[in-house]
Design a protein around this ligand. Structure first.
Ligand code: ADP
Length: 549
């Protein structure tokens, strides 16, 4: 017997309709690419998204067509989130930090019909345009006065002219909630980038997790600075959760430096923000360099979400001590929309002394409802949730991918429908997960696994070490042993022997790196993660000095 409840499809357009009706006067503030701060409301957002939908219809964009963006976090990019998906087309957010060849590959692979871009990227678009065969027109996200001058971009349109000519009357179409809504490519550290294709249903369900108390806890009382880029992993679900919750939104545009971030947080009285560790490093550098700033008075942050890579314990501590701000350490990935776990506290943690609380917060948190997580060994057998055993993290749920766009990468689910994340972690009895590695980075020594991340974290604890990377290199007896690569802080001295002695009481004896090499730089991906494939290539012939190597 089926239930008798209404089958209203979960569509992205329902989020903007809700926000316009119930949070119509709530502000959306943007630092624009042109410079000045722009302010408007959810009502304006809804109106202009409908103008955009009308414009797209006139351009011939149809259900399922891909529409690309190369843009920063501003209100115009946000309008594309609703105008494009709302009318049934697929919003394809392209990461402008990727190499031009990757962007070329991605836009062609997605077969984007139009490409909307911020004027900052005009030179890049001009260079790529001849190769982008499926793109019928390029739309500069600006007004007539700021259009790129003497540009050779073919079929160049001006966004404000395009939507300004249209009515704000538009009836959002109703279609199957499983219809594709947006597309985001992984950064492709191995092989070509692969497309993750979200649906309206997956997006709306994921938004509930964003607004859930034990998720990201986004609500109508919040003023949220969205630093995580709208082109990255669907900006952690906030663009959709914002309309569901009616939070005030603040977009930083292209200015992600410490000073600009500080000023926006202060001026817009933000109590909530989200960003990768790197942006917060820049923020604290600004604070350190300007001793006259009254941080306690200026910065009203209560919660900050940090993810994308591990939030350093020292950073979580600094937010707590300097601003009385709670860091929600979150883990996820593009393939998971992206939320998987969030580091909220349980009742039993109430009143814990700070250092013990940090032990909990430094882990990647517990799963949000909607994501099932397990860890397995090499043979696929599930491992215990004891906080000690570590294995491959596998996930299942309605906002997790079941395969990449156009079948790239083949079947990606195990027999039980779980997706292998490529991360290695422990789970404890309370369900808190701690990432110990990427599966391809874990070091396999004599059949046992060594966590490269644990070793790196320990090494950067040395006051003279700026950054560290640990990779496995060939060892005749043990198959692989850890090699530590480290960058010294400017003007600081530390020797191999010093560093190994420093690690002695911090890691298991058999985890100790067999060798240390000091380098002047380490390679990173477009999203700021260590590029270990390159390091392994570079050091593949490195001869370890240990016996039996
Ligand atoms: P990109 O490689 O483009 O940044 P993703 O954002 O999808 O793509 O990257 C997801 C990966 O980032 C995860 O599989 C994990 O390895 C890493 N990651 C994300 N959040 C965390 C975290 N809190 N701690 C450690 N690693 C993380």
């Amino acid at each position: 017997m089926l239930g008798l409840m209404q089958d209203r499809p979960l569509l992205i357009s329902s989020l903007i309709d809700f926000a316009a009706l119930y949070h119509g006067n709530t502000e959306i503030v943007s630092r624009t690419v042109e410079g000045p701060i722009h302010r408007y409301t959810y009502k304006d957002l809804a109106h202009r998204s409908k103008q955009l939908a009308n414009a797209l219809t006139k351009l011939g964009v149809k259900l399922g067509d891909r529409v690309g963006t190369l843009a920063w976090n501003t209100y115009r990019h946000f309008e594309l989130y609703y105008g494009v998906s709302g009318m049934g087309a697929v919003l394809h957010t392209v990461n402008p930090r990727l190499f031009p060849e990757q962007i070329d590959y991605i836009v062609n692979h997605a077969e984007d019909s139009y490409l909307f871009f911020d004027i900052t990227f005009a030179p890049l678009v001009e260079k790529l345009a001849p190769q982008l065969k499926t793109v019928k027109g390029f739309v500069a996200l600006t007004d007539r006065a700021h259009m790129p001058k003497d540009s050779k971009i073919p079929n160049l349109l001006c966004y404000e002219d395009l939507i300004g000519a249209e009515s704000g009357e538009y009836e959002w179409p109703v279609f199957d909630e499983r219809t594709a809504s947006s597309l985001c490519y992984t950064s492709g550290t191995t092989g070509n980038p692969k497309g993750v294709l979200y649906s309206h249903r997956s997006t709306v369900l994921h938004s509930y997790a964003v607004c859930q108390r034990d998720g990201l806890n986004l609500g109508s009382a919040d003023s949220a600075l969205v630093i995580v880029p709208l082109f990255h992993a669907n900006a952690w679900g906030v663009p959709y959760g914002a309309c569901m919750s009616g939070a005030k939104l603040v977009f930083p545009g292209p200015a992600l430096d410490g000073k600009s971030v500080y000023e926006l947080l202060r001026d817009e009285k933000c109590n909530f923000s989200l960003g990768v560790p790197t942006v917060w490093l820049a923020f604290f550098q600004h604070v350190d360099a300007n001793k006259d700033l009254d941080v306690k008075k200026d910065i009203l942050l209560e919660r900050v979400v940090i993810g994308g890579s591990a939030a350093p314990r020292a950073m979580i501590e600094r937010f707590a001590k300097q601003m009385d701000c709670f860091v929600i350490h979150a883990w996820g990935m593009t393939e998971m929309s992206p939320l998987g776990t969030t580091g909220n506290l349980l009742k039993k943690h109430a009143g814990l002394p700070l250092q013990q609380r940090l032990d909990v917060q430094a882990k990647q948190g517990r799963t949000v409802y909607g994501v099932e997580i397990k860890i397995t060994d090499d043979t696929g057998k599930e491992l215990p949730r004891d906080g000690v055993a570590f294995g491959d993290v596998k996930v299942r749920g309605p906002w997790i991918t079941k395969g990449y766009f156009k079948g790239e990468g083949g079947g990606v689910l195990d027999a039980d429908g779980f997706f292998t994340t490529g991360d290695v972690a422990t789970l404890d009895a309370d369900g808190y997960m701690q990432i110990t590695d990427r599966s391809k980075d874990v070091i396999k020594s004599g059949g046992e696994w060594i966590s490269s991340i644990d070793l790196e974290n320990a090494a950067v604890g040395h006051p003279a070490v700026q950054e560290a990377a640990v990779i496995g290199v060939f060892h005749a007896k043990w198959q692989e042993r850890p090699l530590l690569l480290a960058i010294r802080k400017p003007g600081q001295e530390v020797s191999k022997e010093d560093l190994l002695a420093f690690l002695e009481d911090k890691v298991a004896k058999w985890w100790m790196p067999d060798d240390v090499v000091f380098v002047s730089e380490l390679p990173h991906t477009a999203t700021g993660k260590l590029l270990k494939t390159k390091l392994r290539e570079q050091f593949k012939d490195h001869k370890l000095p240990t016996p039996g190597a």
